[in-house]
Design a protein around this ligand. Structure first.
Ligand SMILES: C[S@@+](CC[C@H](N)C(=O)[O-])C[C@H]1O[C@@H](n2cnc3c(N)ncnc32)[C@H](O)[C@@H]1O
Length: 276
């Protein structure tokens, strides 16, 4: 019951945040891109298909941190849990030459991820609808699990990390980005729209080490997230388009994040763990 409610809220929240194929095409045309020759980087470098707490800049940073430990090579297959519109998965292929399977709970997001992969002739990616707490993959299928700003939406952390550990091969790497709790009252506007269940960093590490995963690194990214939210707020307030409804719902959410990151000790970071 609670899970069905969470899914319904996520569908509405991310439905509002998801562009259509047509609006993406329009954005590319305005940017002077020939649609017949569009490439994945035409999207992710413009933040069109990255949807996390720092967009493409954050994806690059997370990949830089992960590369210090063990990043995929051409023969590896990465699972991107909560892949959203697929920008991070296509960036991983471009940067490391690996293959990526993206899964997301929401059919709409997977449909758009597939459309954008087709639009940009993206190689070595595939997408499917799946719940991260009940994955339909054999044990040890993946060399890496990549999960950017997804676990905060998932109530059953035990099931989530059980599944992550199960589908990773021994020695495989979990790369995740997340905001840690406790979430202050300033985050209420966001929490009203979608499930946000954020453990403290210590609790998150306990969840991870309760399954056969061992923490390798945590790198704070709060200043990157803060800068990103400042930029979006400026953009939203200065946009000439009549987007009053976006301003009404978007600005209180942005302000909540800004207050949390700038004044209330809210943190975000990259966490790397290794499968035992
Ligand atoms: C903040 S977005 C991040 C998208 C993507 N990782 C990125 O960085 O662009 C969170 C995503 O997690 C997905 N999600 C939430 N709960 C999920 C679950 N139980 N299983 C799979 N995906 C889930 C949402 O649908 C959404 O697309």
């Amino acid at each position: 019951m609670e899970k069905a409610l969470d899914t319904a809220k996520l569908a509405e929240f991310y439905g509002d945040l998801s562009p259509t194929l047509e609006t993406v095409k329009e954005a590319l045309v305005v940017a002077g891109i020939d649609l017949a020759h569009a490439r994945p980087n035409d999207l992710y470098e413009r933040d069109i298909d990255c949807h996390n707490l720092g967009m493409f800049r954050m994806v690059q940073f997370v990949a830089d941190v992960a590369a210090d430990h063990a990043m995929p090579n051409r023969d590896d297959v990465v699972l991107d849990v909560g892949c959203g519109l697929g920008g991070p998965s296509r960036y991983l292929v471009d940067r490391f030459g690996c293959s990526v399977v993206g899964i997301d709970l929401l059919a709409l997001r997977i449909q758009i991820a597939e459309q954008l992969a087709a639009l940009t002739s993206a190689p070595r990616v595939s997408y499917r609808v799946a719940d991260a707490t009940a994955l339909d993959f054999d044990d040890g299928t993946f060399s890496h699990v990549w999960m950017l700003d997804v676990s905060i939406h998932i109530r059953d952390k035990r099931a989530l990390f059980d599944e992550v550990a199960r589908v990773l091969r021994p020695g495989g790497i979990l790369v995740m980005h997340e905001q840690t709790g406790p979430l202050p009252a300033a985050m209420r506007p966001a929490r009203r729209r979608a499930p946000y269940i954020a453990p403290t960093l210590a609790q998150l590490i306990r969840h991870i080490e309760n399954v056969p995963l061992r923490l390798v690194a945590w790198r704070d990214t709060t200043s990157l997230a803060l800068n990103y939210f400042l930029g979006v707020r400026d953009l939203l307030l200065s946009a000439s388009e009549p987007i009053e409804s976006h301003r009404k719902t978007g600005v209180p959410i942005l302000d909540g994040y800004l207050e949390t990151f700038a004044h209330l000790d809210g943190r975000t970071g990259v966490l790397i763990a290794r499968r035992k």
